[in-house]
Design a binder for this molecule. Structure first.
Ligand SMILES: [Zn+2]
Length: 188
């Protein structure tokens, strides 16, 4: 059975992210280490275009992730996690979903590895200094955390940051809560 046939069967012939039934094709979830249906998702062109590019995200389209993030398929979970990470800084619902999504340890590592390995993307702080995963940064202004009553105070140190596929966003923990922070509001 070809990969496409396997995916058609697994997905009941619909987009595994948004359930659309037109223009479906195979998307290999990076990093591509082996060619296997477990490493691919079946997706519509609308989803695929936005997953593959860093621009032109239509946030409303991605409300579909509220359902598809509960998929039993790890590759789908990985893409859902990555898209929610990209959306979280500007969309409270995506941050909420990111707080709820559950990935097995291996799957979470997969979701994060490609984000960190994307060489085209450089994250820089408010002074233009390059940020790397694991760095400690300081907030340069008070930040309201979307979707909560928490305010992250200016001067708060955020340790062990994570990089996202969006060069303007980093991830870090404030008061035990994982949040997405705009790089322009931090300094190393
Ligand atoms: Zn779709």
């Amino acid at each position: 059975m070809s990969i496409e046939q396997a995916l058609v069967e697994r997905s009941s012939n619909q987009c595994e992210l948004c359930s659309a039934t037109d223009n479906l094709s195979v998307y290999e979830v990076p990093p591509v280490t082996e060619t296997h249906s477990d490493k691919c998702i079946y997706t519509c062109q609308t989803c695929k275009d936005q997953v593959e590019s860093n621009i032109d995200i239509t946030p409303t389209h991605w409300h579909c992730l509220n359902d598809s993030m509960w998929s039993q398929v790890p590759a789908v979970q990985v893409v859902a996690y990555r898209m929610l990470s990209r959306l979280a800084a500007d969309n409270g619902w995506a941050q909420d979903a990111l707080d709820m999504i559950y990935l097995e340890e291996d799957t979470l590592a997969w979701a994060k590895v490609a984000l960190a390995e994307d060489d085209d993307i450089k994250h820089v702080d408010s002074n233009g200094v390059i940020l790397q995963a694991g760095d400690t940064v300081t907030l340069i202004k008070d930040l309201d955390v979307k979707g909560s009553s928490l305010t992250a105070k200016r001067g708060t140190a955020v340790r062990n940051i994570g990089l996202t596929s969006n060069p303007e966003h980093i991830e870090g923990r404030v008061d035990g809560q994982r949040i997405v922070i705009l790089t322009k509001f931090v300094k190393k």
